[in-house]
Design a protein around this ligand. Structure first.
Ligand SMILES: *Cc1c(COP(=O)(O)O)cnc(C)c1O
Length: 360
């Protein structure tokens, strides 16, 4: 069977060269006579993998020396608990920018540990815009600020966050990490599940500034950044295969030319689809404000719910799968993560034009 073009929001499409490398090394990883799924996490082979993976991530994101990289489990969702558990140490309060479902869930969870101050929210607009906020809107007595850089479900992103230097900025980058260059030194913590833009499920990457480690004593060891950092993310068995796949994705991005080139490609893919949506008489983008548009998850509608459904079926027959939008938005969503080649977007637009012509 030919491979489909997978627009899933997560788990999601992987770069084909990464899949081929996994296949090539599956039975015998570099002369070890075993697969990465079978080897001891304390073996020299696996130690080589985790060290190289961290080194490649550090080089891609230019991570400063005073930051630790942790390879954890529990998904981005566990960070909704770990962040407040580990950071609410002084004021027992955090500032949240609510731009979608994942920010809302994180705020909900933080309420278990302290006070949650909502700085801005676009919930009343079903999150189809980024709300306005300024640096002076943040509390002077919050342990940290939490925001989500890319809103996976609604297809928006925060393109420019105000300068809040001096405050601890925590960012959930699950659906756009490694899509473009960022300045890690602006952040206290960056976290992201690997299964959207850098690999497969089972791995969550946490990049944390060292002075934020160990602020709260006596946490359960698995949930304590200090324990995880002291054990090099091996307090228990890490998700070895997911770490290996992330490492292959990092190498693939480096070989492409790094994050500047990755951003270039991602911008080109998103522009193709948005340009088409903006001119189409049949399809319409759900996000009107161009500055708020995600380049990773692009949401769009046809004139009726019935034709949304019919288009999704039509596309599926043509080998384009997982285009159904999240139930809270409806319509369609095309996720164009790093692993999606530009040819996949071109094929989507071709099929959309074809469907549009059939409606005339
Ligand atoms: C998918 C997603 C999550 C949840 O990730 P899990 O790894 O499934 O816990 C959290 N935040 C954002 C922005 C996401 O896109």
């Amino acid at each position: 069977m030919a491979r489909v073009i997978n627009f899933s929001a997560g788990p999601s499409i992987l770069p084909k060269p990464v899949l081929l490398k996994i296949q090539e090394e599956l039975l015998d990883y570099q002369g070890s006579g075993q697969s990465v799924m079978e080897m001891s996490h304390r073996s020299d082979f696996f130690m080589g993998i985790i060290e190289q993976t961290e080194a490649d991530l550090r080089s891609l994101l230019n991570i400063p020396q005073n930051y630790k990289v942790l390879f954890l489990q529990g998904g981005a969702s566990l960070q909704f608990s770990m962040v407040p558990m580990n950071l609410m140490h002084k004021y027992h309060k955090a500032d949240f920018v609510i731009t979608g479902e994942w920010a809302r869930k994180a705020a909900q969870e933080a309420k278990r540990y302290g006070e949650v101050h909502i700085v801005a929210s676009s919930e009343d607009k079903n999150f189809n815009v980024i709300p306005k906020f300024k640096a002076k809107d943040f509390s002077s007595d919050a342990d940290y600020i939490h925001y989500v850089s890319n809103n996976t479900i609604f297809g928006t992103r925060i393109t420019n966050f105000p300068d809040v230097s001096g405050k601890v900025l925590v960012c959930d980058m699950s659906s756009d990490i490694l899509s473009r260059p960022i300045d890690v030194s602006k952040y206290g913590i960056i976290f992201a599940g690997a299964q959207k833009n850098m690999g497969i499920a089972g791995l969550t990457i946490v990049i944390i500034r060292e002075d934020l480690i160990g602020l709260v004593p006596n946490l359960p060891p698995m949930l304590d950044y200090k324990v995880q950092a002291e054990h090099g993310s091996m307090y228990n068995t890490p998700s070895c295969f997911s770490i290996y796949v992330a490492g292959l994705c990092f190498k693939w991005i480096k070989d492409l030319g790094g994050l500047t080139e990755m951003e270039h490609l991602n911008n080109a893919k998103a522009k193709l689809l948005y340009d088409y949506l903006d001119e189409s008489y049949f399809f319409a983008p759900t996000i009107q404000n161009k500055n708020d548009r995600s380049i990773m998850n692009i949401c769009f509608l046809t004139p009726t719910k019935e034709s949304d459904k019919s288009f999704i079926n039509y596309a599926e027959i043509k080998g384009l799968i997982n285009l159904k939008g999240h139930r809270s938005v409806g319509g369609m969503r095309a996720s164009l993560y790093n692993g999606m080649p530009i040819e996949g977007v071109e094929e989507l637009i071709r099929v959309m034009r074809e469907y549009e012509d059939l409606q005339r």
